[in-house]
Design a protein around this ligand. Structure first.
Ligand code: ADP
Length: 307
């Protein structure tokens, strides 16, 4: 049977303008090219899990507008259950305006719109789906009380909770102790642990988060792979796969979505992290977010090659 995964999170439309340089305040820069793409960490991670063979339900909120319709259609086309995506009558769909210059540097402005209205009631309405899932996958692009409610519903039903703490913000212990696996990158881990600069070694940072209630932490390290640290005292570096990286956008989303699938399929965290590293690596080999999220066959090839 396919693993069942519920994602409670954000859906955005990315409006990307590539141009010679990023405009300063009050300035107009001509000569750009425009691309529109589906995005949002929640929706991206839902798609990542679906492409790897999971039965995915997405719980989110879009506006009653054309961007929202397109975003939902994009998820439906991936085979994702969108029956718990609500339409907000007041707020527009979430939008990210992204400038990318010739060197690949970017500047991003996000208007969360309906994502900011995803409520605890929305989570309650999806309670049946969450309670019968193998894994609940969360991020931080929707309101914290909503994220906390979802984690509480899952934890009470014994469902594994994965939290990708991005974008980083301080989190209460009441949330952290319901998290089975936390997947920060290094910057996010440091922010969450809130240790003074010199004391914030990888180990001290993870140790602080374990003290606060997280059971297992997987710190993603870009091309280097990921570091697994558990409350049981295990520590293991899972090496990254060597690939020709062209754009690491959504590597973290591919990683978290894949980790959810692998953990739902088998108990070994180290093996699940290896699978997730393969997904992140493949995502780094193609441009854009959604187009780069890998399918199962591609991952199996990379895993079998062992590189
Ligand atoms: P984020 O994008 O959230 O900051 P990372 O950059 O750490 O996260 O990437 C997430 C995962 O994707 C990494 O743990 C790694 O497994 C994989 N990955 C990212 N960049 C590369 C790369 N250049 N080469 C190989 N794997 C990569």
């Amino acid at each position: 049977m396919s693993p069942r995964i519920v994602v409670v999170g954000s859906s955005n439309t990315d409006m990307v303008v590539r141009l010679p340089r990023i405009p300063e305040a009050g300035e107009t820069v001509l000569g750009g090219s425009f691309l529109r793409a589906d995005g949002g960490k929640g929706a991206n991670q839902a798609v990542a899990a679906a492409r790897l063979g999971a039965e995915v339900t997405f719980v989110g909120r879009v506006g009653a507008d054309e961007l929202g319709e397109r975003a939902v259609a994009g998820l439906r086309d991936e085979g994702i259950d969108v029956s718990h995506v609500s339409r907000d009558e007041k707020e527009p769909s979430g939008v990210a305006l992204i400038f990318v210059d010739e060197r690949g540097e970017n500047a991003i402005a996000v208007a969360p719109g309906a994502n900011a209205a995803l409520s605890e009631d929305d989570v309650e309405r999806a309670g049946g789906a969450i309670e019968t899932a193998d894994v609940l996958l969360l991020q931080l692009e929707t309101p914290l009380p909503t994220v906390e409610r979802a984690a509480a519903v899952a934890a009470a039903a014994g469902v594994t909770v994965i939290l990708n703490p991005a974008p980083a913000q301080p989190l209460p212990d009441s949330l952290l102790y319901r998290v089975d696996v936390l997947t920060p990158n290094e910057g996010e881990a440091r922010l969450l642990a809130a240790l003074p600069g010199d004391d914030a070694t990888r180990e001290a940072t993870a140790g602080r988060l374990l003290e606060r209630g997280v059971r297992r932490i997987v710190v993603t390290l870009g091309a280097a792979g990921a570091l697994v640290i558990t409350r049981a005292g295990e520590e293991q570096l899972v090496e990254g796969f060597s690939v020709d990286a062209v754009d690491t956008t959504a590597a973290g989303d591919a990683f978290s979505g894949a980790l959810a699938v692998a953990l739902a399929e088998g108990p070994s965290l180290a093996e699940a992290v290896r699978f997730a590293c393969a997904a992140g690596a493949v995502a780094a080999t193609a441009r854009g977010a959604r187009p780069s999220l890998p399918r199962r066959e591609r991952l199996e090839l990379l895993l079998a090659s062992g590189r």
